[in-house]
Design a protein. Structure first.
Length: 139
């Protein structure tokens, strides 16, 4: 009898956790980087394309956005519109990656601002240091 109850508990646990595991395995994933750019200082970039200092993405619900700081500066990331996202702390350190999951449909706006100036970290730029803006439309 005890053995049968233990088997039922294990099977029940597997059934209730399986859909969540399958859903996360099939969730779309995007990767963006913050990179130093001589003209304008910083831009959003994918592995194949420079998007610029302001970018708009259209994604499905459940999409995981991985943001990596590939610049020698640290950044503060804040949300300015949309349902509240789990961003963690505001500071992004150089070389780190953070994953943001968009669970609800809507329009989300994020701003990334460098903490140090280009001069402080010895980078050359044409123009002033800039803030990055990202709009994510979730359908």
């Amino acid at each position: 009898m005890v053995r049968r109850v233990a088997v039922l508990i294990v099977v029940s646990a597997a059934v209730t956790t399986a859909p969540a595991a399958v859903a996360s395995a099939h969730a779309p994933s995007l990767a963006l980087s913050i990179v130093h750019f001589v003209r304008g200082c910083h831009v959003w970039s994918t592995t194949s394309k420079v998007l610029g200092p302001s970018a708009t993405l259209s994604v499905k619900r459940g999409t995981r956005l991985k943001i990596r700081v590939s610049c020698p500066m640290d950044f503060d990331l804040r949300q300015t519109a949309g349902s509240r996202l789990a961003l963690g702390g505001p500071r992004f350190h150089t070389g780190t990656t953070r994953t943001i999951v968009f669970r609800k449909a809507g329009v989300y706006k994020l701003v990334a601002k460098n903490v140090q100036t280009s001069d402080e970290v010895g980078l050359e730029t044409l123009g002033e240091d800039n803030s990055l803006k990202l709009t994510v439309r979730v359908r």
